[in-house]
Design a protein around this ligand. Structure first.
Ligand code: PA5
Length: 400
């Protein structure tokens, strides 16, 4: 379960929900697609015991959700899964050295099916597989658009196993599709529960009642402060397990809100910057800046009520309290001192970190980001800047 301490629910979500609906985006509808879910779950069940390692080749929205789920939930098999989301040759080699290629399934994830970084990784490992005279069809699965792109073309031509990324779901909104659910299921994460949590939050997201609509409240707070000059959001989970969640939000919010033009093609150069921090570690680092630096940040705390472990600190001066109590006392004190310094804050409380709360969190931020797009009067679902740099890279290679 998840709660938000923002009272900011002014206005009604009705008009904005209508505007979002007009954009024909599937991120809040795909969780009802039973057929796609079952295909994902069944394929994972069939393959999970056939390999020692699973390697995701993907970048941006095709990688960050998986990294988040693995790091947050750390199921028994989590060390079997690697995500190569960069083309740093040392990083690629480091992972290659950790796997037994004969016992590895490569999951090539790309919505467009054309992303150079992902394709180059595919070509690299494809050669490794053929060099060993192994069957590429058994060692590669593609998760990609159902119709378009290089990967789809190759799958059709050469009969690779595939899972679909629905055409109306953009990369950074795809965590609740096979993109992240398939790798998560391979390492034993209960993906049904992720969907259960996501559905709960989706119902709130679609609620016309501003008080019930938590994504609307979150977006309202972010937008209100943005308008007042607080253009950065600090994501401050008091939990190491959520550090990769902040990276996922960073991509979602920055790529969705960072736009040059508004809906009427006027130059606006809009966007919220997301800066990840970790409690309590960052109390001894970035926190000084948050307290006394430029007052241009909304600080979003995440508090976890129940950790997996309870650890006592055996010291009378510390009243024999647990680390669990200490971490939340420190969170409350830091929040108080920031409030005394007139820094805006917000707390998202989770009863625990689980499949269900992560499902809720994904949908909370996806919904809030969709509202933010409408408040800012921009298209939150495109990424012309990213596309342009992809194009220039391809051109530069062609010129070689
Ligand atoms: O959100 C987006 O659209 C992007 O960040 C993509 O996720 C990223 O560029 C990877 O694209 P693709 O999944 O097409 O390989």
């Amino acid at each position: 379960m998840l709660t938000l301490d923002s009272k900011n629910s002014k206005g009604s979500p009705i008009k904005f929900l209508r505007d979002i609906e007009k954009r024909n985006q599937g991120f809040y509808k795909i969780i009802d697609d039973k057929k796609a879910f079952e295909k994902t779950e069944n394929l994972a069940k069939k393959l999970k015991n056939n390999f020692n390692h699973f390697v995701v080749l993907g970048i941006g929205g095709s990688a960050l959700g998986t990294i988040c789920l693995k790091n947050a939930l750390k199921p028994k098999d989590y060390e079997k899964l690697f995500v190569i989301d960069n083309i740093d040759p040392d990083f690629i080699k480091e992972i290659e050295n950790k796997i037994d290629i004969k016992k590895t399934l490569f999951i090539v994830v790309s919505k467009s099916g054309d992303t150079l970084e992902t394709l180059s990784q595919f070509f690299y490992f494809h050669k490794k597989i053929t060099d060993q005279k192994l069957d590429t069809k058994k060692h590669f699965i593609f998760i990609t658009d159902s119709e378009k792109g290089y990967l789809r073309g190759l799958a059709n031509k050469e009969n690779y196993e595939t899972l679909d990324v629905p055409s109306n779901v953009g990369g950074r909104f795809s965590v609740l599709t096979a993109v992240s659910l398939f790798p998560a299921a391979l390492i034993g994460i209960d993906i049904k529960k992720i969907i259960t949590g996501a559905k709960k939050m989706r119902d709130r997201f679609l609620s016309k009642d501003a008080k019930k609509n938590i994504p609307f409240s979150l977006a309202n707070t972010q937008y209100d402060f943005y308008e007042k000059g607080f253009k950065t959001n600090i994501l401050f989970p008091y939990s190491n397990s959520l550090s990769s969640f902040s990276d996922w939000v960073k991509q979602l919010v920055c790529e969705s809100t960072g736009k040059k033009f508004d809906n009427k093609k006027r130059k606006v150069f809009t966007g919220i910057t997301i800066v990840p921090a970790i409690g309590v570690t960052d109390q001894h680092a970035q926190s000084q800046l948050f307290h006394e630096g430029p007052n241009d940040k909304l600080i979003i705390f995440f508090e976890i009520e129940k950790f997996k472990n309870t650890l006592k600190i055996p010291n009378k001066n510390l009243k024999n309290i647990t680390f669990n109590e200490l971490i939340n006392i420190e969170k409350t004190s830091t929040k108080k001192s920031l409030q005394e310094a007139k820094r805006p804050t917000l707390t998202i409380k989770l009863d625990q970190i689980s499949e269900e709360t992560l499902g809720e969190l994904f949908m909370l931020f996806e919904g809030a980001t969709a509202f933010l797009g409408e408040f800012l009067n921009i298209n939150a679902f495109n990424q012309p800047g990213v596309e342009h740099s992809k194009k220039l890279t391809k051109q530069a290679i062609l010129k070689l």
